[in-house]
Design a binder for this molecule. Sequence first.
Ligand code: PRP
Ligand code: URA
Length: 215
Amino acid sequence: MLTTPALPGLTVVSHPLVQHKITLLRDQATPKKIFKELVDEIAMLMAYEATADLALEDAEVVTPLETTTGQRVAGKKLTLVPILRAGLGMVEGILKLVPSARVGHIGLYRDHDTLEPVDYYFKVPGDAAERDFFLLDPMLATGGSAVNAVHSLKRAGATRIRFLCLVAAPEGVKRLHAAHPDVPIFAAALDRELNASGYILPGLGDAGDRLFGTR
Ligand code: PRP
Ligand code: URA
């Protein structure tokens, strides 16, 4: 994992397998089925890194031979919150690693003209203050969607939130960190910039369209 001194709050998951898969994901020739599988795999590998500092507690376990003390993740079940639509592509991969996680949903889309987020759905488990939230969206572009989603989670009581994306633009990282400095940001790639339409360069195109075969 690499921290980026110029962009506080951001950790880039530099694992070779993640970088290899991100390159395949960027390729415009990658078909929808493979694209979906790659998002799933990268999300799982990123979750492994993004959970590295979860608190543990002692737990007694009875082996076939004796009773011993092991460790387990402390607290309430982890909670994954995809930002619809594209964040949905990251859920199944992480659930393979953390099958007991709860899943909330935040519905947001980016207005094509203003690039500002418009929200249309919000549902997360109760007792939010006691949970670790993993907010999921493949793309962190202007940062408007992420800032809005974190705000909604905090309004619901969440206090421990991590943001996981596949590709981040510097603009989005700065905006999210400025608005919510307590939220660690994990990305598989930090790209160069946004174009005039708010797309990440070099990026991978429209993540939702490539995942779901729209457009
Ligand atoms: C994309 C992406 C993020 C958002 C990022 O979603 O999945 O949610 O744009 O852009 P931002 O950082 O500038 O807010 P989009 O609005 O295209 O919706 P979709 O997932 O339904 O396609
Ligand atoms: N949303 C996407 O899906 N891709 C981008 O490059 C920017 C926002």
